[in-house]
Design a protein around this ligand. Sequence first.
Ligand SMILES: [Fe+2]
Ligand SMILES: [Fe+2]
Length: 279
Amino acid sequence: MTRAELTVLVDNRAGFGCVEEHGYALWIDAGGRRILLDTGQGPALAENARTLGVDLGQTDILALSHGHYDHTGAVPLVLSSAPQARLYCHSGVTEPRYSIREGAARDIRMPMASMRALNALAVDRLRWSVEPVPLGGGIGLSGFIPRRTDFEDTGGPFYFDPLGHRPDPINDDQSLWIATDKGLVVCTGCCHAGLINTLMHLREVTGEERIRAVIGGLHLGTASAERLESTARALRDMRVGLLVPCHCTGEAAAAWLADHLDCEVHTGYSGFRLDTADL
Ligand SMILES: [Fe+2]
Ligand SMILES: [Fe+2]
């Protein structure tokens, strides 16, 4: 089974001399194969990689969990420093997108420089992951995650247009899975598809019922009490063993989950490491 060493490179919280940034990036070293899931907004990635002894030039696969700016800002840096890296993402990552609060629209799409880098990629370096994609060695991407639960949503006021006429279901949201002998380790970006939708889908895609650990952003900052309770109930039913809420989970939601789950819960931060051999 796959052994993978995971290092959070960018997060809203920082440890081990790293800088913090609203964003997320996770480095996965799986038997010498290096996968970077997301890049943060840009500035923190290279600095934290240096601090943590990670060579971004060794990236074999850059996977984007979705197209928001706080996950895609360092795409040009990664693609130029790792000429061998292939990029995996959903074809919807470059859509225009906005967050609208109190009538004010904020542009949260992928930065132009990242879109240009994506468009300039040679065809053999770009793989669309609309469907589930095996990456080999017991690792894969979820592709589009069907929305099945009645208690989950994207977690925010997200739209394709600045006037708020067209809600953005963030269909490009995807997660990465690693098969271990104790079950799946699931790596999310923002998890706009909903954590339980994501886990249900990955169980089906992989045929593995056991979820050993979940690490990543869960976007539960605006979650209702009902949603949190239903999420906790489903996580208990699935016997998830370890939860590492990162990035956009929301401090209150992460604390609530720590109180209401019977599994281990450790809030993540830049520099947080997880070796699947220790699970
Ligand atoms: Fe995010
Ligand atoms: Fe997001």
